[in-house]
Design a protein around this ligand. Structure first.
Ligand code: ATP
Ligand code: MG
Ligand code: FE
Length: 353
């Protein structure tokens, strides 16, 4: 099916177009520079930027794909989770398009879009392949950090573990801020870490102590790590030592990658699942990707990693999930649905009201 997907849950206004697993267009307009000086996304600023960007982004995606609006089989859109004021802009645009074209509308879960995106063809000519099911998904983004069991990417997703405080991406952003580095922190820390020593400082691995494992075996915690980095940096300043920025970044990155990979591999083994997939902005992280490759290989688990360019928010992932839902023959959401800033991860497709 030929599906157009709209994403506007946070600070990216994006429109993607796919034909089944084939990516035809993926236009992304980000308002990230507008938020950079605040060190995080300002909701009011984001929704205004979405309003301005949605029309041009849609036109550019259509032009890229060479597709006429009338040819589309369906419109897919992020219905949640995300910022309310941002979500409604994309959802309103999607409803208008669906109504005007008289095509079905599918309101989808942003988080499952992050997981589904690797279904798309890879540019290196590697053919698209279905996600083996069941499969364990490690979802690591700016607002979420979860281990999911995926029995059916269109309809059956269960949460196995989650963060009890900060998300992994949020930890990257907060640590960057306290190190005086720009927002978003993930890419800059990743880059700085490349020339640092990951063993220089032993930062804590949250919820890995024996007593924590009893209750939180597959859960994460990153706020203690952030505090530990802050204390370490403060002690440098008190002692008049220069902060070895690259070493701090590399050691912090190692702590995040270590605990994410250790717990997801342990979960796969515990549930006897031989396939793993990662998704979300932090899935672009170089150390997470390499360590996960090492550890899944050692455990005999097959790993899928989306190309780094499709890990952060984009419309293609929503179009891609939309195409799967259409193929599965699921009922459209219809024009009556609303945005849900707290849409639970189990709700892949918002049911009609
Ligand atoms: P959610 O998907 O939970 O609603 P979001 O959409 O804001 O949150 P994403 O766009 O999936 O989040 O990811 C953005 C996050 O990814 C940011 O926190 C950013 O710092 C982080 N990130 C991006 N690239 C990297 C990288 N190379 N290494 C680590 N983190 C990264
Ligand atoms: Mg973003
Ligand atoms: Fe996201």
């Amino acid at each position: 099916p030929l599906v157009l997907g709209i994403e506007s849950s946070c600070d990216e206004t994006s429109v993607g177009i796919v034909r089944g697993e084939q990516l035809l267009a993926n236009q992304i307009a980000s308002s990230v520079e507008l938020h950079a000086r605040f060190g995080g996304v300002v909701p009011e600023v984001a929704s205004r930027a979405h309003l301005e960007a949605i029309g041009p982004t849609l036109r550019r995606a259509l032009a890229d794909s060479g597709v006429d609006l009338g040819e589309l089989d369906a419109i897919a859109v992020t219905a949640g989770p995300g910022l309310m004021g941002s979500l409604v802009v994309g959802l309103s645009a999607a409803k208008a398009l669906a109504a005007y074209l008289n095509k079905p509308l599918y309101g989808l879960n942003h988080l499952i879009g992050h997981v589904a995106v690797d279904l798309l063809d890879h540019p290196d000519g590697e053919p698209a392949r279905p996600i083996a099911q069941p499969c364990l998904a490690l979802l690591v983004s700016g607002g979420h950090t979860q281990i999911l069991r995926v029995d059916d990417i269109t309809s059956k997703v269960t949460e196995i573990g989650t963060t009890i405080d900060d998300a992994a991406g949020e930890a990257y952003d907060k640590v960057a801020r306290l190190l005086g580095m720009p927002y978003p922190g993930g890419p800059v820390i990743d880059k700085a870490a490349a020339s640092g020593n990951a063993r220089a400082i032993r930062f804590p691995r949250g919820l890995t102590a024996q007593h924590d494992l009893e209750r939180h075996r597959f859960d994460f915690s990153f706020s203690g790590l952030k505090t530990s980095v802050a204390r370490w940096v403060e002690s440098c300043r008190l002692e008049g030592r220069e902060v070895p920025l690259e070493d701090v970044c590399a050691s912090f990155q190692e702590a995040v990658a270590d605990v994410l990979t250790a717990k997801s591999v342990a979960a796969a083994q515990h549930f006897g699942i031989g396939h793993m997939i990662i998704g979300g902005g932090v899935a672009a992280n170089s150390r997470l990707r390499s360590l996960l490759e090492e550890r899944t290989a050692a455990a005999g688990i097959e790993l899928r990693r989306p190309r780094p360019g499709l890990c952060t928010d984009n419309g293609a992932m929503i179009a891609c999930l939309g195409a799967q839902v259409v193929k599965a023959g699921l009922a459209p959401s219809g024009l009556g649905i609303g945005a849900d800033s707290g849409l639970p991860v189990q709700t892949v497709l918002v049911p009609a009201v």
